[in-house]
Write a protein of this length. Structure first.
Length: 73
């Protein structure tokens, strides 16, 4: 939780917060998805340790091996 607070208090943009929270050297006990927004954009930081840590948008491709079962997903 302290990393989230640090990112909120120090990052000026979504990308800065995402880079801080998504840094692979930061280890957490669980997977998480964190919605991050600033006045210009919004993204989801997906911390999926087995696959990929990434800032995702509506245009992001699914991680390999992941399907939603929806033809246009």
């Amino acid at each position: 939780m302290l990393d989230i607070r640090n990112a909120l208090e120090t990052a000026a943009t979504v990308d800065e917060a995402g880079a801080f929270m998504g840094d692979p050297t930061r280890l957490y006990a669980y997977h998480n998805n964190i919605f991050v927004a600033d006045k210009n954009t919004a993204k989801v930081l997906e911390n999926d340790y087995e696959r990929n840590r990434a800032l995702r948008t509506t245009d992001s491709e699914l991680n390999p091996g992941i399907t939603w079962g929806i033809s246009n997903a």
